[in-house]
Design a binder for this molecule. Structure first.
Ligand code: ZN
Ligand code: ZN
Length: 144
């Protein structure tokens, strides 16, 4: 499993690779222990039922799609449409379609925004929920 996170102590963005049996992980910059909230099922690599970093029980999964690449493709397709009699639009639509189908899913913690990749556990998460997302965003806004 690959984690993309910001250290809760020094905020340094970094990647951490986890392998099982799970050992302790530390911030690469300040050495703060990172996985301080692992659950039994996470330790047994059964379920990502709680964020191992912040302890939030709310995580979602989304397509790990590069949105910038998607936009570049669409712009290219539109720009070339005049010269290709619209064929470029079709091609771009096809590329988009296959990219979206091919990309893997990424798990994200609503609270600390840690991203979880390359793990079968991600498939067990709930899809994105805007209400929960807003709830945690308001929560963060209140904490100075
Ligand atoms: Zn740190
Ligand atoms: Zn978290």
């Amino acid at each position: 499993m690959e984690l993309k996170l910001s250290c809760p102590h020094c905020q340094k963005p970094q990647r951490q690779l986890l392998s099982w049996p799970l050992g302790p992980s530390f911030c690469e910059s300040c050495q703060t222990p990172l996985l301080v909230h692992p659950t039994e099922s996470f330790l047994n690599q059964k379920q990502l039922d709680q964020c191992p970093l912040c302890g939030s029980a709310h995580l979602y999964r989304r397509k790990d799609f590069n949105q910038k690449l998607g936009i570049v493709l669409v712009v290219l397709g539109v720009a070339l449409a005049y010269f290709t009699y619209g064929v470029s639009l079709l091609i771009v639509t096809f590329i988009d379609f296959f990219l979206v189908r091919k990309v893997k899913e990424v798990g994200v913690c609503y609270q600390c925004k840690t991203e979880f990749r390359n793990s079968p556990l991600v498939a067990g998460l709930e899809p994105f929920d805007l209400e929960l997302f807003d709830y945690y965003r308001n929560l963060r806004a209140r904490v100075p």
